[in-house]
Design a protein around this ligand. Structure first.
Ligand SMILES: [Zn+2]
Length: 273
């Protein structure tokens, strides 16, 4: 189904994936599956994140070179590990934006300001993971040094104020701190949110979670500050599109409002016509 035009602001470079029989799906096929699924749904551009351990900057940069009209590179920066020069290095490699998660200190730590300053100077929006972070059962060690509290929505407020020309996109509407996230976007015109994760929540009560999201977004009046992001595997992307559409209906968004959320906001942020 060609749904409508959209820009997907939140797509991870494929990591290890397995088919239903348990055998590993070759990377080439995963990439094909991803790009084909996005195109078939009406995706015009996707922001591909070079997340990974280690980051997969070269692979993403290569794909951007091969498909410059479809793939937009968002370079993964590791706050507390990478030097500020990473921003220029990634920019020179053709990355148009940045992605970050799991900072070793709070997002708003002054130690990270040189990175935000370079991103602002180069007009590279930053996609911040916000809110609860997945943790696999049985995982965990002191070496991980991960804290959800360092990634809470309010952490974006001082950054947005200090770098007014930097665009901040928060992922997951700060799940489950939806109100906090929505109110950060209320007065910070350079803050946007994607709804990936909670919009198609599986191990929880989707109706209740959507109610919480609705109250936050409608209460703060920030429907126009949402952007489309999927952050799921290819077979799950149609569900995200459908869920966004239903959520926007509930917010009384007309077709123009919807086009802003699905396409227009990211087009403007990325300088696409
Ligand atoms: Zn993600």
């Amino acid at each position: 189904m060609a749904y409508r035009r959209f820009i997907d602001a939140h797509v991870h470079y494929p990591q290890t994936a397995f088919d239903p029989t348990g055998s590993q799906i070759p990377l080439e096929r995963q990439l094909d599956d991803l790009l084909n699924m996005e195109r078939s749904l009406g995706c015009q551009r996707l922001c591909l994140l070079s997340t990974g351990n280690p980051p997969v900057h070269d692979a993403v940069a290569q794909l951007v070179k091969e498909q410059p009209d479809f793939v937009i590179g968002f370079g993964y920066i590791r706050l507390g590990t990478d030097e500020p020069s990473i921003v220029d290095e990634l920019g020179d490699m053709g990355f148009r934006g940045l992605k970050t998660i799991r900072p070793l200190d709070n997002y708003d730590s002054k130690a990270y300001y040189p990175i935000y300053e370079r991103a602002e100077a180069r007009n590279m929006p930053i996609l911040f993971h916000t809110g609860q972070l997945f943790r696999a059962p049985g995982s965990g060690s002191r070496a991980e040094d991960v804290s959800t509290a360092r990634m809470m929505p309010w952490m974006l407020d001082p950054i947005a104020r200090a770098f007014p020309k930097l665009t901040l996109i928060g992922a997951h509407l700060g799940s489950p701190s939806f109100a906090e996230a929505a109110w950060v976007a209320r007065w910070n015109e350079n803050v946007y949110w994607d709804l990936s994760g909670p919009i198609t929540i599986r191990y929880g009560n989707r109706k209740i979670v959507h109610e919480m999201m609705y109250n936050a977004v409608a209460g703060a009046g920030i429907t126009h500050k949402l952007v489309f992001g999927s952050d799921v595997t290819p077979p799950e992307i149609p569900d995200v599109v459908t869920a966004y559409d239903a959520f926007l209906d509930r917010l009384d968004a007309d077709s123009l409002d919807k086009d802003q959320v699905f396409y227009g906001n990211m087009a403007r942020i990325l300088g696409i016509e």
